[in-house]
Design a protein around this ligand. Structure first.
Ligand code: 4AD
Ligand code: MG
Length: 431
């Protein structure tokens, strides 16, 4: 007997196989009983026919409830009308565990109820589709950098200082060494690694004690951060657009079924091809003005501003040259106009806002030291980082892409909470 997964049924038509899984739903009609099962790889219809199989096997149908687990043995048949396109003519069935009163029923549930039951909600087809797209995005990211010769370096999670501003730090006691902070970004470590390996990326969880209760913010999210030695802001933008095009086109190619299930308009994603528009901060302000938004020079764009700007374009748009005053301490200033940082944000289309933040880094020792002091950052904690400007400093650039916002955009979801298996937000840290 072949022990297989539902996704492999196509290779076993006319053969007897064994499947293991859970009951999705059941229905009966005369002498026939149908069980729709799932095994994680897909869904499949089982058919039990009275008088053809032993009565005791046929009667197991009555015992099985939604989400009960079992093994089934039977003959694979092609059946276009069945969900998934195959049907199993059941020969034998073995119950493993009976689920009592599964809380998520086919009726409508509120979002808070579903979030409280996230550990079970993951079994539903919609969550399946979303998390498979997430998986594909992560796989595409790894392949993209691997194919380009980037080395993966893992940055630490417990860090001695802030990378992205001191207002969103999670802190913890660290033995006799005082405080440690959950990392906000692996970037500073990626910079050290870029000086060792040339082109690298970090990929891991990052943390922000964000007080924002928006549909774009999590307190724990995954970020991928490439960093390249001898690269300037333009090289950084070239890499960012090639990267995002590759991710989107790979998902369309490999996960069309999931996108269709989510009723995603794929034609919108097909347009995500290079080149992406690149606009100066000043041009972005012009767009806001044309749309009746009064925006004061020197501010960062808020969620609504980003939505208005990104809605002007069918592709992701890159905004560069932000005012240095709203950006991080490590960003290099434009040598032609010190008011601007050599920074870039990429905004996703369809109102999804910022998915990438990046920049060319300050590579001059004296200037960087001055910035660390201006930002009131503890110099001792940055001595190692200053070393990178003491020993063979070079122009270098990188960016960070947020995985959850990318999943939300590609799947066209209302909120980032469904893009990660167990979301952490200001008002939720369970299950
Ligand atoms: O723009 P950010 O803060 O940039 C950095 O952390 C840089 N150190 C990256 C670098 O240059 N290596 O964050 C980068 C991206 C954002 O564009 C967004 O997609 C995501 O991380 N992000 C969040 N995603 C979900 N919830 C939050 N609270 C997020 N904060 C940032
Ligand atoms: Mg940013």
């Amino acid at each position: 007997m072949h022990k297989i997964y539902i996704e492999e049924l196509n290779n076993y038509i006319g053969q007897e196989i064994e499947l293991s899984g859970w009951v999705t739903h059941k229905r009966s009609s005369g002498k026939i009983r149908f069980i729709v099962m799932r095994d994680g790889s897909g869904i499949c219809q089982l058919v039990l026919v009275k008088n053809i199989i032993p009565e005791e096997v046929f009667n197991k149908y009555d015992e099985l409830t939604q989400e009960s687990s079992f093994k089934v043995y039977g003959l694979v048949k092609k059946e276009d009308r069945a969900p998934g396109g195959f049907e199993i003519e059941v020969k034998n069935l073995e119950i493993i565990h009976i689920a009592k009163d599964y809380p998520i029923t086919p009726k409508e549930h509120g979002i808070e109820f579903l979030m409280d039951h996230r550990h079970l909600w993951l079994r539903s087809s919609r969550q399946h589709a979303i998390l498979r797209v997430r998986h594909e995005i992560i796989q595409a990211i790894r392949n993209f950098f691997n194919n380009k010769g980037f080395i993966l370096v893992d940055a630490p999670i417990l860090t001695p200082a802030a990378c992205e501003g001191t207002t969103t730090l999670f802190e913890t006691e660290y033995f006799d060494l005082g405080k440690a902070y959950l990392t906000q970004s692996g970037q500073l470590y990626a910079e050290a690694a870029a000086m060792a390996f040339g082109k690298v990326y970090t990929f891991g969880p990052t943390f922000r004690a964000e007080k924002s209760k928006t549909r774009r913010h999590l307190t724990e999210f995954w970020m991928v951060e490439p960093e390249v030695a001898f690269a300037d802001l333009n090289d950084d933008m070239d890499l960012a657009e090639e990267f995002v095009e590759y991710i989107v086109q790979t998902v369309i190619k490999n996960r069309r079924k999931e996108l269709e299930f989510l009723e995603r308009d794929i034609s919108k994603l097909e347009k995500v091809k290079r080149p992406f528009p690149r606009i100066h901060y000043e041009e972005a302000i012009e767009i806001l003005k044309r749309n009746g938004i009064n925006f004061e020079w020197g501010n960062d764009f808020g969620g609504t501003d980003e939505t208005v700007i990104s809605e002007q374009f069918e592709k992701p748009v890159m905004i560069h040259h932000y005012p240095a005053q709203v950006k991080a301490f490590y960003m290099k200033r434009d040598p032609n106009d010190e008011r601007y940082a050599l920074a870039v944000d990429m905004l996703a289309p369809e109102g999804y806002g910022e998915i990438i933040g990046g920049s060319q880094r300050e590579d001059d020792y004296e200037i960087l030291l001055k910035r660390i002091e201006e930002h009131n950052l503890p110099r001792e904690a940055f001595e190692w980082y200053l070393d990178l400007r003491r020993y063979g400093s070079v122009p270098h650039s990188g960016f960070g892409l947020g995985i959850e916002r990318t999943v939300a955009w590609i799947c066209k979801l209302e909120h980032v909470r469904e893009t990660i298996p167990f979301p952490r937000m200001i008002y939720r840290n369970t299950p």
